[in-house]
Each structure stands twice: as structure tokens, then as C-alpha cells.
Design a protein around this ligand. Sequence first.
Ligand code: NG1
Ligand code: ZN
Length: 545
Amino acid sequence: MSQFQEVLKQSGLHPKPAGLVLQYGTAGFRTNAKHLDHIMFRMGLLATLRSKKTTATIGVMVTASHNPEEDNGVKLVDPMGEMVTPTWEGYATQLANAEQEDLLAALKDVIEKEAIDMSQEANVFVGKDTRSSSASLSQAVMDGVSALGGHSKDYGLVTTPQLHYMVCCQNTKGKYGDATVEGYYSKLCQAFIQLTKSASNRTDDQKHLSVDGANGIGALKVREMEAHLKKELQISLFNDGSKGKLNHQCGADFVKVQQKAPTGVEMSPGERCCSFDGDADRIVYYFTDSEGQFHLLDGDKIATLISTFLKELLTQAGLDLKMGAVQTAYANGSSTRYLEDTMKVTVRCTKTGVKHLHHAAQEFDIGVYFEANGHGTVLFSKAAEEKIQRLAEDANINDERKRAARLLQNTVNVINQTVGDAISDMLLIEAILAIKGMTVQQWDSIYSDLPNRQLKVKVADRRVIDTTDAERRAVSPAGLQDAIDSLVKKYRKARSFVRPSGTEDVVRVYAEAETQESADDLAHDVSLAVYRLAGGVGGEPKQQL
Ligand code: NG1
Ligand code: ZN
């Protein structure tokens, strides 16, 4: 077949270094950019097959999110804008690791297993972040698509959530919105402006927000969007990429893990600030108080704010919809307690990785899901959306119910339901604070975080660690969980767990306790246990001061 000859010819231009093995992990393939050219070409091939199989448009995003600038990565986006299914993640790994001479056989294997009709048309949307390697890598994806006779549409520089949005818009034939960047801004910003109309007498101070763009794509896109906001949100943009390095000492991951303000942002005491990550699918908020103390409002605080807002609106609207919150083991214990005990919201805990959270959130009428690191969104079931819509249009209800229904309707529109989205989340949070007349300090004081610490340990092979109970307990190597249990007993209100990272070659350690000192000590002790029992390399972990 000439199609396969073309693949063979083209793949020679994107050769795989012999012996290199990579895994489709928590967030696709991710490693140093110099190892990724063949992966990109092959993901172009796979996306084309996926498109033929689903008879829908598939997305491919070239980004390594919060990783250093030297890295890059790639993720596939399924027809409704969701992450690709686990079976196809397996195919991705197979194709990626086939040696050059076995590529055709690996490709034919997928075609056979999935009974793909090769005469079917294929359409692939491609996007990339601002990394210097992204241009040639996204070209490699498009080479893969054309080698199999598919059509690609190059969206160029877009945020990860924007690409997910485009795919969903395309496959819903415009029902979700226009599959253009302009369409995205106008849908979100119109909903935002409608929401803020019901906030009376906002001062310029309340309308102001400082944004750390992590020197990445989010910064470019905030600039592009600004005109659509009609000054209802006035943004001071820092780390816009004009001088600093991507994700270096800035961005959502830095702020969350280091628990401190990014460099490059001018912050006055009490001022509301937020940071995006490198591909703008995560956001965290923060401020420093008059004593110079730093306060972080992470994904857990965001989930709480959004859940509170939605619950109040549901009550006011008299709508009986089941709302739930979905978290991972990294969620601060105080947030879980607050959601369950005070707000009486059902809370589910899933494994790390947004596909798990997204899936669990689909089980509710309204599912609010957030990782502590600031990746998250809200999902509305079709039935919930229809009920809200009907109520908003009902002429026979009182003003309070009508107002609540309209607010809910605009809330649905400001949210990017396909995936966590820093820009969309930012607009929703700003609207909620405006409507509730709430300061960032009042938001912060909803509950107090338990002090916590995250550390990384290098081991020879992180796969020796196996976990259960949504990653909260280690089942291997032998003795590790017992060691953690006895360490945790030494501290008050303590909790700790370890798991192999899906995006870095490390084991992650998390600990929380009543005081910061205890959390730091516990995290260190557990790191030592991992080092000793799970094959640590490169010198024992040292206590960080
Ligand atoms: P890993 O490296 O598997 O911990 C990290 C984040 C995930 C998720 C992915 C994808 C933490 C502790 N882990 O995964 O939540 O966001 O990156 O970007 O934040
Ligand atoms: Zn990201």
C-alpha cells in the first residue's frame, strides 16, 4: 500500500534513537526535547488513526507544561476535548518504542486491533507552547499526520486548554462554541461580563489582578484576550516572556511547591495575585499580608470557593442537583474536612492525573474537580445544563430564583469543561469574588491549611513503588508502608504518602502535620525511608532548611 510506503519514507526523516524507551505517562510523553522528534512524528500517525477510528477530529498538543524550557512533551486530545483513553495510551507507548524497522508492524497492529477503516478521512488539530523546540516538534506531528493521508490544522501558539476547547467545538459542530481563538475569548469574556454585572459598585482596586504568566503561552493569550474584558478585569501582567525564562523561579508549580511568591512580580501587601503554569492549564492565587507573610490559595481553596458559590446558587434557584468535589491524595486535609463537614459536599479521592479526576467528576450532576496544584474545572451533566437553561427561561419564577438561574447559566459558559484552564478558572474566580463582594483575605480565611511539605527522592527504578487506595498507601517495596505508618504516629494531625511521579524520574513524598516544622521533619524522615527501602541513588536526602 502506498500509504505505508509514505510512512516508511517519512519516518526515516524522524528516526528513533535505537534503544530509547519512553512511556505515555500522567500527561503524555515528556522529556528533554532532543529525544522527542520521532515521538512527535509517531503521535501524528497515531492521532490520524484515532481520528479515523472515532470519525472525529483529534487534538495533539506539544508542550511540557511546568517542566523546564529544555523539555518538551505531547498529549493527545479525544473528540470531546478529554484525555485519550487508556487503551490508546498503551498504543502510544507501543508506537513510540518500536524500533525503526518495526514501526510499520506496530502501526498495522493498531489498525488491526481497532479494525480501522483506512479509507476514512482524518482530521487533527495541532497546538504548541512557546518553547524554542515546539515549532519543529509540532511540524514533526504534522508530518506524521500527512504521511498517513490525514489533514492537520495548525493552531500555532495556543494554551493546552484552548486546544482541548477547539477539538470539542469542532466535534460538537459549534454547539460548544466557535473553534477559533476569537470564539474562545468571546464566549468566556461575554459570560464573565454578564456575571460581573450582578456585582454592584466594584472599585478599580477590586477589578485589578496581577498575573504571573510563567514566561509562557498564558501570558501571550492574556494579552490577546484583554480587549474582550472591557476593563471589567484589569490585569497587570508579569513574567510575560519578554525577558525571563519559561517556568524559571515563577509559574504555578514553583509557587505551589516552594510555597513562596514568584520572582518578577511586583506585589503590594494584600494585593490579589495569581500564577499560571507553562501551558496555562493550572492556576494558583496568593498574596502577602502586612507582616510580609505569604498566603497561598491553591487548587483546594479554589475548589472550595467554587463549590460554595455553586451550592448557594443551587439553593437560591431551588434546583435539586447533586454536587460533588473530586480531589487527590495531595489535597490538604483541612480542605477535605471543610468540604465534607461544613459544606456537606460529597468528596471523592482519585489517583493523581486529571483523567482520573475528570472521570470521577462525571458521576455528579455538577462535579468540581481540582488538584491541589491548581489544575481543575467544573463539569455539568447534560441534564444539569438543561435544567439550568429551562429555569433561566421560565417566566413564572420569582426574581431571586431567576437571578440565581442566570448566574448559573453564565457560570456554565465561563467554564472550560473540557479540561482545567487557568484563563477560564481565573475569570470564574474573579467573577465569584466580585459577586460575593469578597476579598482574597476573606477567601483565604474560609479554612486554614495544614502545614505541608512535598519532596522528591531519586531512586534507581521508581516502578518498585506500587500504591493502592488512591495512592495513599504503598504496597511495595516491603516494609515501606509500615515505616511510613510509624513515622506518621510521631506527629499530631499528621499524614504522609509516597508515589512514583508520572512526569519526572523521581518518587514524590508528601507530608502534612500540625506545624510546619513537623511537616518538614516528617517529609524528611519519609524521604529517608524511601531512599533506604526503595533503592535510593545519589546520596541520602538532606534535611532542607
Ligand atoms: P506527577 O509527576 O505524576 O506527580 C504531576 C502532578 C499531577 C499532574 C501531572 C501532569 C503533583 C503532585 N503532580 O504529576 O498532579 O498535574 O504532573 O501535569 O502536582
Ligand atoms: Zn500544565
